[in-house]
Design a protein around this ligand. Sequence first.
Ligand code: SF4
Ligand code: SF4
Length: 356
Amino acid sequence: MIGSHQIVNRIQALARELGFSQIGIAGVDLSSAEAGLMQWLAEGFHGEMHYMAAHGTRRARPAELVPGTVSVITARMDYLPRATPDDWQAVEFARLERPGEGIVSLYARGRDYHKVLRSRLAKLAERIAAEVGPFGHRAFTDSAPVLEAELASRSGQGWRGKHTLVLDREAGSMFFLGEIYVDMALPPSEPVTPHCGSCSACIDICPTRAIIAPHRLDARRCISYLTIEHAGAIPLELRSLIGNRIYGCDDCQLACPWNKFAKKSALPDFDARDGLTGRQLGELFAWTEADFLRFTEGSPIRRIGHERWLRNVAVALGNALRAGDPGARAALATRRADASALVREHVEWSLAVSAG
Ligand code: SF4
Ligand code: SF4
């Protein structure tokens, strides 16, 4: 009979074959995280992400979400595209200095990670079952009812940085997380000690001051939230701070010194696709809905839809115009009569602020 420590070693080996970088095991008692979660929700920092609150205490109680769960296998998958240069942080910062270029967050330039991780977690569970026999399980990735970062940090995938993401001394923070809730008792892995020290680079660089204190993120101010999750008008006072970021924001991770150790993906899936990097805002703003669907097929960007995409690009064009990009005004003018009131309002804001 194979022992539980040996099972974990086998899971690690099987996971590596599937492109995962590290496996950890967490227990299911997350009660010490519950109070912090409830307070974050009570303060409204989750904005319109109502799904964060919808699952109540089940988020912090894996065995309530999936009855029978006694352990959680956590998995980490590095996502930097395979062609990432060594000085990638400088390369990405340089994009911010080119206001006419639209910036899509690094993790979203390739295939939709939800699909990649979900299918690989399912394969991992199958392969484990082939070795240890059938067991109850359910896989998650970036899933609302799961306290993903908490499970990851408890199981040794890294510590929670002051920006609230999980980071590791050997891998930085440029990785996706996934979990398999299992009904098989496995020995928990040890958490790592935090190494932020006196650094505050992520807090200092955040364009919208969304990290209001170490380990406290007001999602309502975060550009990732505003450009992806947030459905309506972007708050006026934050628009000019968004710059040319049209889908997500990497700044707090670009500034983090540990990300010089971030790893490239073992898989081709996250390689940047044509059409999503280095493109001018004017071109992106001209996309019809059919173009949007074609260029974002299989990409996580598709989830926000064409209207939200145009809203984001309109704001970036306004910021480009203010920064002196001559082509931005003509691009904005093409959608003054857009069918969407949301898009029209952002276009008018962009034209007005740049005139003022
Ligand atoms: S993603 Fe951008 S806006 Fe959000 S906390 Fe990090 S630096 Fe701030
Ligand atoms: S930038 Fe500094 S404070 Fe922020 S997560 Fe990285 S090490 Fe920690």
